[in-house]
Design a protein around this ligand. Structure first.
Ligand code: ASP
Ligand code: MG
Length: 406
């Protein structure tokens, strides 16, 4: 008798018919003899609507009230799912974050989970009752409702699976797994049977939107087996697992992209100690995340160009901030460019194979695509290129690394 956590995303609970369909998966797991906890998202579109209402009332809203509003989407689906399961003859009840409790810090709208009390929940599961948990929400020390950031019910599900020592956390969504690349752009993309935590973490943080990045971090730290699969089809999805479990390792497992970044270049920045700190300090203070950074060595040891990327949503603020400090920073020109995309090739096999970066640079060169910025880690290489080359680059790289479906 194993414990399972099944999580259903917004499209899988988008209406009553789909909730019934999701409930069939739950019923099957119960009938197979498992103890089952279910985590639900809000019906698709609902959270967006709730956020929009908050913004309509106030631009600088009280984040505690924001959470009180946006957490309701999941309360609705948890109740509807529990009712549906009951109608199917199963024992089930809904659990709100505060009822478990799923305790978080007080960083409203993007709270972090601090702990999950499992005593009461475990007792319910042991008694054969399906626990239907409202995802995305928790409770802070002062008893106020918190939410975990957009996409946060993935994190709820993985955290619950870790706390309950579940054998697996199944994330039901509207795609049937994790692909080598976005199939909407690369028709020859293939579904992966397995992917390592490290690769999935890179894929998620580099733009693949299947799982919330934090949920993958959590799964990796607690070694939770995660499966991403479709609630609309009856077939296995992609398993996110330990590297040791993957027998045939590809050098490159996947290619991710992000349209969410913008490039900023500062020309003729003084080449002396403290300058980078002077530039990036104020950005950090303004909570503007900087991703890729390149700085040249200057020819004359006096001045050099500095290029970096920030989230597109932060570009205007970044330009304003650095513009205000032009005199003290002492650069010549500030050139923002939102017309870029970041393309990343990812694979744990890179650790032991040479020439992976070279293959990327060659492939892009053959297509006449100019690389603007490069950054690497142990298992990924990212390049920034002109946005108009996205499709061409993804398809060419997918072929070059032997990822195309037969
Ligand atoms: N409903 C929340 C959102 O849309 C949480 C989730 O679905 O994961 O962000
Ligand atoms: Mg989601």
């Amino acid at each position: 008798m194993a414990r399972l956590v099944l999580k259903f995303g917004g499209t899988s609970v988008a209406n009553i018919e789909r909730i019934r369909n999701a409930a069939v998966h739950v019923k099957r797991a119960v009938e197979a003899g498992h103890e089952v906890a279910v985590v639900v998202s809000a019906m698709s579109g609902v959270t967006n609507q709730l956020v929009a209402w908050v913004n309509e009332i106030s631009k600088f809203y009280d984040p505690r009230e924001y959470d009180a509003v946006v957490a309701t989407g999941e309360q609705v689906t948890s109740g509807l799912m529990a009712l549906t399961l009951q109608e199917m003859g199963l024992k089930a009840r809904s659990w709100q974050g505060w009822q478990i409790p799923l305790r978080t810090d007080a960083t409203h709208s993007k709270a972090r989970i601090e702990g999950i009390d499992t005593d009461v929940l475990s007792a319910a599961l042991a008694a054969g009752e399906v626990a239907v948990v409202a995802g995305f929400q928790g409770v802070a020390e002062d008893a106020r409702v918190t939410t975990l950031g957009r996409g946060g019910s993935d994190t709820s599900a993985v955290a619950l699976a870790a706390a309950l020592k579940a054998v697996r956390c199944d994330i039901y969504t509207d795609v049937d797994g994790v692909y080598t690349c976005d199939p909407r752009i690369v028709p020859k993309a293939r579904k992966l049977d397995k992917i390592t935590y490290e690769e999935m973490l890179e894929m998620a943080s580099l733009g693949a939107k299947v799982l919330q990045t934090r949920s993958v971090e959590l799964a990796m730290n607690h070694r939770v087996r995660v499966q991403v699969l479709s609630s609309f089809e009856d077939k296995p999805g992609t398993l996110v697992v330990d590297e040791e479990e993957i027998v045939e390792k590809q050098v490159v497992s996947g290619i991710a992209y992000s349209r969410d970044e913008a490039k900023v270049t500062l020309t003729k920045v003084a080449d002396r100690p403290g300058v980078a700190a002077a530039i990036f300090g104020p950005l950090a203070d303004a909570a503007i995340n900087v991703d890729m950074i390149v700085q040249n060595i200057s020819d004359d040891r006096k001045a050099t160009d500095l290029t970096f990327t920030v989230g597109k949503a932060d570009l205007d603020r970044c330009v304003k901030l650095l513009g205000e400090q032009k005199a003290s920073l002492g650069y010549a020109e500030l050139k923002p460019d939102p017309n870029v995309v970041k393309v990343s090739v990812i694979g744990v096999g890179m650790r032991s194979h040479a020439g992976v970066a070279l293959a990327m640079f060659r492939t892009l060169a053959e297509k006449g695509i100019n690389i603007q910025v490069i950054s690497t880690s142990e298992i990924k290489i990212s390049v920034l290129i002109g946005a108009e080359y996205l499709e061409l680059a993804l398809r060419a790289l997918h072929t070059a690394y032997g990822l195309d479906a037969a």
